[in-house]
Design a protein around this ligand. Structure first.
Ligand SMILES: Nc1ncnc2c1ncn2[C@@H]1O[C@H](COP(=O)(O)OP(=O)(O)OP(=O)(O)O)[C@@H](O)[C@H]1O
Ligand SMILES: [Mg+2]
Length: 254
């Protein structure tokens, strides 16, 4: 099975939106994933209306006082979920004392036999490049990189490329795919970013594009995924297509 880290060092590019709606697409497909909120901002936790105490979150796993499985809650979408809390930022700020944190997630998922099962795992990462993000990258079979179609998009993607290249000395190259988000067909900036991405990462650029659609924000505001909120929308279509492409290309095995 597949562990996907949804990551980009650039903030606000759609990591949480992609995690939530890809999780929903999987659940509709009968392959509900395990989703872990690895972002101290805890946006996904808030979006899914989970209000945990710090001790009920992935923080405890990083503190070494709980397994991952013990922290799993079921969301109202029927998805197994490990929430986050603002205090998770401690993991990123105490780098020196906790160097082993970067391997902890991979080791934990393996030891608890969560990785490599029929259940896909999605990791919603924070934009901060610290131990939490590295732990997600080390645990991942695939790094899915949402890139928002704005004028700084390529800067963020190039930065990320350098980060991933830097990890090559620790482990084999992690497969990655760039996913254009907030795409407006025909709009000059969107088409320019698409052109630049395909020129630079053609084979690693997903054919699926998530279009700019206000309904995605509206759905998030109600705590619903796009399939429940607007099943006939273009956004629901885009996320179905994303799942199909991941499966058809063998990147996600169900
Ligand atoms: N395709 C889209 N169309 C319209 N709005 C979108 C789209 N994708 C994301 N958004 C909106 O952009 C904002 C940022 O998205 P999101 O929180 O998913 O980004 P993020 O990368 O997780 O941010 P952070 O780096 O802070 O974790 C949200 O308000 C979200 O609703
Ligand atoms: Mg986010």
């Amino acid at each position: 099975m597949t562990t996907i880290a949804v990551f980009n060092q650039k903030g606000g590019v759609g990591k949480t939106t992609v995690t939530a709606n890809l999780a929903a697409a999987l659940a509709r497909h009968g392959a509900a994933p395990l989703v872990i909120d690895l972002d101290p901002q805890a946006h996904l936790t808030a979006m899914w209306r989970v209000t945990p105490k710090p001790g009920d979150t992935i923080l405890r796993f990083y503190q070494g006082t709980s397994g991952i499985s013990d922290l799993v809650q079921q969301t109202r979408h029927g998805i197994d979920f490990v929430p986050s809390h603002l205090e998770l930022s401690k993991v990123d700020t105490q780098v020196v004392r906790h160097r082993d944190h970067v391997w902890r997630l991979k080791l934990g998922l393996t030891a608890e036999m969560l990785a490599g099962t029929d259940v896909p795992i999605l990791l919603d990462c924070s934009p901060m490049l610290g131990p939490l993000a590295f732990s997600a990258l080390f645990a991942a079979d695939l790094v899915l990189v949402p890139v928002a179609a704005d004028f700084l998009a390529l800067n963020g993607a190039v930065l990320l490329d350098r980060t991933l290249a830097g990890l090559a000395k620790f482990q084999p190259r992690i497969p990655r795919r760039y996913l254009l988000n907030r795409y407006v067909p025909g709009q000059v900036t969107s088409e320019k970013v698409l052109g630049q991405l395909s020129q630079r990462w053609g084979s690693e650029l997903m054919r699926t594009r998530i279009r700019e659609q206000e309904v995605l924000g509206a759905a998030a505001g109600t705590g619903e995924d796009i399939f429940a909120f607007a099943p006939e929308s273009g956004a629901a279509h885009d996320f179905s297509f994303l799942l199909d492409e991941l499966v058809e290309s063998g990147l996600l095995r169900l």
